[in-house]
Design a protein around this ligand. Structure first.
Ligand code: GDP
Ligand code: IMO
Ligand code: MG
Length: 429
C-alpha cells in the first residue's frame, strides 16, 4: 500500500493533529518528518485532551507505529517528558521508532535561540524558543549531533567540542554570555542514551519494508506551507520543510511511493509569531475569531493572530504540495457571522495579484480584496453528514473548493474527535 502525506496549508495550527488522529487505525505507521517540539497538536479523545509536541499524533491510536524520521530535530528531554505524560494517561509508547539520523536539540541550541531572538529586538521572528533554528543551522553547517552519536562517547565529545568552539566565542564575545562547558554537555547528552536506545532504528529501511509488506503510511507534517524555509514567508518561517518534499527528505521514503497529499486548512486563518499576514484583523472580528476558535498557542500559550480565509495562500499550498484533498477545519467558528469575507486577490500598491506575489515586499504591502458570502445561524456542531449543513455553509465550502483548486473531502465542525463530516474517504476514494 502507498503513503499519504498530511500537511498544513496555512501558517500552522490548522488541526493537523486531529486530522491525523481521525485516520486512526486506518494507517499502520504515522511518521513525523520535520520540525520538533515547536509543534503543538491538540487532540481531544472523549473527555481527555492530549497536547503533543514532539510525538506524532498517531501515538494515541493503539496498534499504530509512531515514527520520528531523520528530518526531525529531537530534544531528548522533551521526548522523555512527553512519553511519561502519555504513559501516565494509559497510552503505551513502546512502539515508537526514532531515526538514528535525526538531529539532537542540545541545551545550547535553546540558549542560542533565546539570545539571538533577544538580539534581533523589534526584528525578531517570534520563534517558539525551543532551539529549532539553531539545531537545523548546525545540521546544515555540518556540526550537528545526531541520535546515533549519543552511543559513542569519544565521537560525541569530539562533535560537542567542534560545535561549541565557535558558539562559545559567539556567546562570550557577541552576546556577553558565559561559555558552555564541553564536559557538562557531553555528560548531559550521554545521560539520554540508555533511555533512547530501544527506540532507535534505521527508520528509512523500516518504512520501505513496511510499504513492501502492504502497510499504509501517513506522514504527519509539523508547522505548515507558509512557514516552510523555502516556500514560506521567509525570513518569518521555521527552519525546516513542512511541505510535501520534506516528507521525502525527512524520512528516506521516495516520492514515487506517495499517492495522496492531504492539506489541512482552517475555514479562516491564524498565525503565531511575526511576519506578514494580509487578511489579519485588528478589530472586534479578530477578537471574536480568537475567542470562538480558542486561538491560543498549544506550545507557547501566545494568543494567535486571526484573519479571514485567504484563497491565495491556500491555492499556493495546493500548487506547492500537489494537494489531492483538503480537510477544512473549524467551520463551526464562523457560525453566526452574517457576511463572511473571503480574500480572493491582493491589491499591491494599485496592482491586482491573483496569485501569491513572489516578491517579499509585494506580499508585505498586499491588501486583501474580499468577496462576501452569506453566513448561517444554525448550530452546525452536531452535523455529521454534508446534507445536514445549512445551504449557506455548503455554499461556503464549495466556493472555497473552487478557489483552492482541490476538493474538500473532510469538514471539521467541532474540537471533538468525531465532530467531522466526511465527503470523500481521505485514503481510498
Ligand atoms: P495543529 O498544530 O495543526 O495540530 O493544530 P492545533 O492543535 O495547534 O490547533 C487546532 C485547534 O483546533 C485544536 O485546539 C483542536 O482541538 C481544534 N480543532 C480542530 N478541528 C476543529 C474544528 O473543526 N472545530 C473546532 N471548534 N475546533 C477544532
Ligand atoms: P504546528 O505544528 C504555528 C512559528 C513560530 C515562529 C516561526 C519560527 O502546531 O502547526 P521556530 O520555533 O519554529 O523557529 O519559530 O514559526 N511556528 C509555528 N506556528 N504552529 C506551529 O506548529 C509552529 N511552529 C513554529 O511561532 O513564528
Ligand atoms: Mg499547533
Amino acid at each position: 500500500m502507498p503513503a499519504a502525506v498530511l500537511i498544513g496549508a496555512q501558517w500552522g495550527d490548522e488541526g493537523k493533529g486531529k486530522a491525523t488522529d481521525l485516520l486512526g487505525s486506518r494507517v499502520d505507521y504515522v511518521v513525523k518528518f520535520n520540525g520538533g517540539n515547536n509543534a503543538g497538536h491538540t487532540v481531544v479523545v472523549g473527555d481527555k485532551k492530549f497536547a503533543l509536541h514532539l510525538l506524532p499524533a498517531g501515538i494515541l491510536t493503539p496498534g499504530v507505529v509512531p515514527v520520528i524520521g531523520n528530518g526531525v530535530v529531537v530534544d531528548p528531554e522533551v521526548l522523555f517528558q512527553e512519553l511519561d505524560a502519555i504513559e501516565a494517561r494509559g497510552v503505551d509508547p513502546s512502539r515508537l521508532m526514532v531515526s538514528a539520523n535525526a538531529h539532537i536539540i542540545a541545551p545550547y541550541h535553546r540558549t542560542i535561540d533565546k539570545v539571538t531572538e533577544r538580539f534581533l529586538g523589534k526584528h525578531q521572528i517570534g520563534t517558539t524558543g525551543r532551539g529549532i533554528g539553531p539545531a537545523y543551522a548546525d545540521k546544515v553547517n555540518r556540526v550537528g549531533i545526531r541520535v546515533q552519536d549519543l552511543f559513542d562517547e569519544s565521537i560525541l565529545r569530539q562533535k560537542v567540542e567542534g560545535a561549541l568552539s565557535h558558539k562559545n566565542q559567539e556567546l562570550v564575545k557577541i552576546y556577553n554570555r558565559r561559555a558552555i562547558d564541553v564536559e557538562d554537555t557531553v555528560e548531559q547528552l550521554l545521560g539520554y542514551a540508555d533511555r533512547l536506545r530501544p527506540f532507535v532504528r534505521d527508520t528509512s529501511l523500516e518504512l520501505n519494508r513496511a510499504l513492501d509488506a502492504g502497510k499504509q503510511l501517513l506522514f504527519e507534517g509539523g508547522q505548515a506551507t507558509m512557514l516552510d524555509i523555502d516556500h514560506g514567508t521567509y525570513p518569518f518561517v521555521t527552519s525546516s520543510n513542512p511541505t510535501v518534499g520534506g516528507a521525502v527528505t525527512g524520512s528516506g521514503v521516495a516520492a514515487t511511493r506517495i499517492n495522496r497529499v492531504i492539506a489541512v486548512a482552517k475555514a479562516y486563518l491564524t498565525r503565531v509569531g511575526a511576519g506578514p499576514f494580509p487578511t489579519e484583523l485588528f478589530d472586534e472580528w479578530g477578537d471574536r475569531l480568537r475567542k470562538t476558535g480558542f486561538e491560543f498557542g498549544v506550545t507557547t500559550g501566545r494568543p494567535r493572530r486571526t484573519g479571514w480565509f485567504d484563497a491565495l495562500v491556500a491555492r499556493y499550498s495546493t500548487r506547492i504540495n500537489g494537494v489531492t484533498d483538503y480537510v477544512i477545519t473549524k467551520l463551526d467558528v464562523l457560525t453566526g457571522i452574517e457576511k463572511i469575507p473571503v480574500c480572493v486577490a491582493y491589491d499591491v500598491d494599485g496592482t491586482r495579484f491573483d496569485e501569491m506575489p513572489v516578491n517579499q515586499s509585494d506580499f508585505h504591502h498586499a491588501k486583501p480584496i474580499y468577496e462576501y458570502l452569506p453566513g448561517w445561524t444554525e448550530d452546525i456542531s452536531g452535523a455529521r453528514s454534508y446534507e445536514e449543513l445549512p445551504a449557506n455553509a455548503r455554499a461556503y465550502i464549495e466556493y472555497l473548493e473552487g478557489l483552492i483548486g482541490a476538493r474538500v473531502s473532510v469538514i471539521g465542525v467541532g474540537a471533538d474527535r468525531d465532530a467531522v463530516i466526511a465527503r470523500h474517504d481521505l485514503l481510498s476514494d
